[in-house]
Ligand binder design. Structure first.
Ligand code: KIV
Length: 336
């Protein structure tokens, strides 16, 4: 059940910030894309409408699959833990985010791509945040950045949005602050904490963010925030009452070894990979793979043409050296 609190001033202010942000595509810019990508204002316009679907994505192949189903793809700094084996997101460097973001942009066509600003690249001051966020936008061609923090980031969000960088906020459990929070802890368990978190959401919204992630917080708190602010809330471990939902793709696919309570595994990809690799290993060991269907025949269909025979045949034509090198050359692996 959503608790609807209507502060019209908040909505007007956020609306103004959004209209400052990006001109609607096609108004006065020529475009050669058949179908333009979603942009931050498209997501903002979904407040209170059809739920916004989002997933994290870190590489081109999964981005191209998720693109067909998602409104935005987040190149989350969770990639440090999921793909690179860090224990937290704190060590993730900006260059790594940029590398993965480029792949996700190349792999997708339709979804807005949002890139996480990693720890240490935006907290110091608005100009530092701008320099790093502008680098992310220019080098990756993504459509927005995300940064963690409530009121403490409001000035920075306003500074970025005023200079053309759409920002998604992120409050509740903010994993980059794990060492201050003392662990990956659910926020707002006690009603005493609610006011501060609601204020964080309001200030991020009023600063001009186009949407805000609410991570690991109690459902009634997430519902109050959703009803109170002008921008879409994107829940992860929050509430079905949020304006949209996001999960880490590997978690929902059943690929992550351990997942938080709020994750539903919609697939069992980890088990499928384990089974497939086990079968492969067994077939290699028993020499049943590769079978004839996965090897190359000699042109002309002469299956007796072993490398030695080919050399012998070529000697007759005084071209043994060339034939030997051709016959021993490894076949090219076809691209999948
Ligand atoms: O880094 C990430 O994947 C995120 C999501 C959990 C929202 O920030």
């Amino acid at each position: 059940m959503q608790c609807v609190v209507e502060p019209p001033l908040t909505r007007i202010m956020a609306g103004e910030a959004l209209s400052r942000m990006v001109p609607p595509a096609g108004d006065h810019v020529s475009t050669h894309n058949e179908r333009r990508r979603l942009m931050a204002p498209d997501i903002a316009a979904r407040k209170g409408g059809e739920p916004i679907v989002a997933l994290t994505s870190y590489h081109a192949h999964t981005a191209s699959i998720a693109d067909a189903h998602c409104d935005f793809l987040l190149v989350g700094d969770s990639l440090g833990m999921v793909m690179h084996g860090y224990e937290t997101t704190v060590p993730v460097p900006l260059d790594l985010m940029i590398m993965h973001a480029k792949a996700v942009v190349r792999g997708s066509k339709k979804a807005l791509v949002v890139v996480d600003m990693p720890f240490g690249t935006y907290e110091e001051s608005p100009p530092v945040a701008f320099r790093n966020a502008a680098r992310v936008m220019k080098e990756t061609d993504c459509g927005a950045v995300k940064l963690e923090g409530g009121r403490r980031m409001a000035d920075t969000i306003r500074y970025l949005v005023d200079r053309g960088i759409p920002v998604m906020g992120h409050i509740g459990l903010t994993p980059q602050s794990i060492h201050v929070l003392g662990g990956f802890k659910t926020q707002g368990r006690s009603i005493d904490q609610w006011h501060a978190i609601e204020e964080d959401a309001r200030l991020v919204s009023e600063a001009g963010a186009f949407a805000i992630v609410l991570e690991a917080m109690t459902a009634p708190l997430a519902e109050r925030i959703t009803g109170a602010i002008a921008i879409p809330t994107i829940g992860i471990g929050a509430s079905p009452g949020c304006d949209g939902q996001i999960l880490v793709m590997e978690d929902m696919l059943g690929l992550s070894p351990r997942v938080p309570k709020f994750v539903k595994e919609f697939g069992a990809i980890g088990k499928a990979i384990d089974r497939a690799i086990g079968l492969y290993a067994a077939e290699v060991r028993s020499r049943t793979f590769p079978s004839q269907e996965h090897t190359y025949a000699v042109k002309g269909g002469d299956s007796a043409a072993s490398p030695a025979n080919v050399v012998a045949m070529a000697t007759d034509t005084n071209d043994a050296a060339l034939a030997a090198s051709r016959a021993t050359k490894k076949p090219r692996t076809p691209r999948t």
